[in-house]
Write a protein that binds this ligand. Structure first.
Ligand code: BTN
Length: 319
């Protein structure tokens, strides 16, 4: 491991605490000049430090998204083994699709601090102020991309909700097909896109602020607000936990555990029995939600007592 990453790990693990420069020199076996060079390199990677003559140096939080810290000891099999972090891109989903050759068959994750042209489902825009969210796209491994699209769509939203809960304790519910919500407000959104044989799962989680009113199709919230203004949230840890859950669900789906997906998804879903209007392939339908199927989509009973199935890729709930 390079010196810069070694120092980054030491400072990051101190969770905002100071490290005396002497201590860094001793822990890394490098001299003062090399330690200073490494700190400059880390600054160029976007990290911010505070210096104190009495206490040394500390890594300012929240930490910028960093590939090394995201990949470090991440125990995943199918996704998240190769991470690329950008400051500003059009859309992380586009970067994931166009980095296929760079990923060389590995499961790739792309993050950005800011997206100029973030996309939501069904042609909507997705906007987050710079550095305020987890914006990430996962390029699925070939075997994972062969899993049923409907099941992947549900598993992606569930992974985000589970990852958030595991890393922060914040419980959320799911609105079909994969909006992560608290009460009536959206906390995170997921966009699964397919190009040829490649599948990318993109997700945006509002962490420090939510998009301004008018930028979204529904009211939004963020984790800091849900936690009463706490700003010590570490986006890297939230992303790592989400990737861990996504990896687990990809394995589970490969092992055919669609019943588990159904049960856990439905336990977070507040839509069952709700009367809804839904637009699908150019037509509008009305009925009562009776189930969510990991293979066939939203199951609705219409007023004539017919069971209708709506796939996520072509259907959207309308007000
Ligand atoms: C939705 O709720 O409509 C889906 C929103 C998905 C947004 C994420 S942010 C990272 C990735 N890149 C994009 O352009 N979109 C997804």
């Amino acid at each position: 491991m390079g010196l810069a990453n070694q120092i980054l790990e030491l400072l990051y693990d101190r969770q905002g605490g100071f490290f005396a420069l002497e201590e860094l020199v001793r822990a890394t076996d490098a001299d003062h000049a090399k330690v200073e060079e490494a700190l400059v390199e880390l600054t160029q990677r976007g990290h911010r430090f505070e210096r104190s003559p009495a206490h040394g140096v500390r890594l300012m939080r929240p930490t910028v998204m960093d590939a090394h810290l995201i990949e470090r000891n991440l125990s995943v099999e199918h996704i998240g083994r190769y991470v690329l972090c950008f400051n500003e891109v059009d859309s992380t989903n586009d970067i994931a699709f166009s980095s296929i050759s760079q990923a060389a068959g590995q499961a790739l994750v792309v993050t950005a601090e800011y997206q100029r042209a973030g996309r939501g489902r069904l042609g909507r825009k997705w906007f987050s102020p710079s550095g305020s969210a987890v914006l990430a796209s996962v390029l699925l491994h070939r075997q994972a991309s062969e899993l049923p699209h409907e099941a992947l769509t549900l598993a992606a939203g569930l992974s985000v909700a589970e990852g958030i809960e595991k890393s922060t304790g914040v419980t959320s519910t799911l609105d079909w097909p994969n909006d992560v919500v608290i009460g009536e407000s959206k906390l995170a959104g997921v966009l699964v896109e397919v190009r040829g044989k490649e599948v990318v799962i993109g997700f945006g989680i509002n962490i420090f602020s939510s998009p301004p009113a008018g930028k979204l199709s529904r009211r939004a919230t963020c984790l800091a607000k849900e936690l009463g203004g706490i700003s010590s949230l570490e986006r890297i840890e939230i992303l790592r936990t989400v990737l861990g859950r996504m990896d687990w669900w990809v394995s589970a789906l490969r092992d055919g555990l669609t019943d588990e997906l159904h049960d856990l998804w439905c336990s977070r879903c507040g839509m069952v029995n709700r009367r809804i209007h839904i637009q699908s392939s150019g037509n509008r339908f009305t009925g009562r939600v009776i189930d969510v199927s990991p293979l066939e989509g939203l199951v609705v009973l219409n007023d004539n007592g017919q069971r209708l199935y709506f796939p996520a890729a072509t259907s959207t709930i309308v007000k």
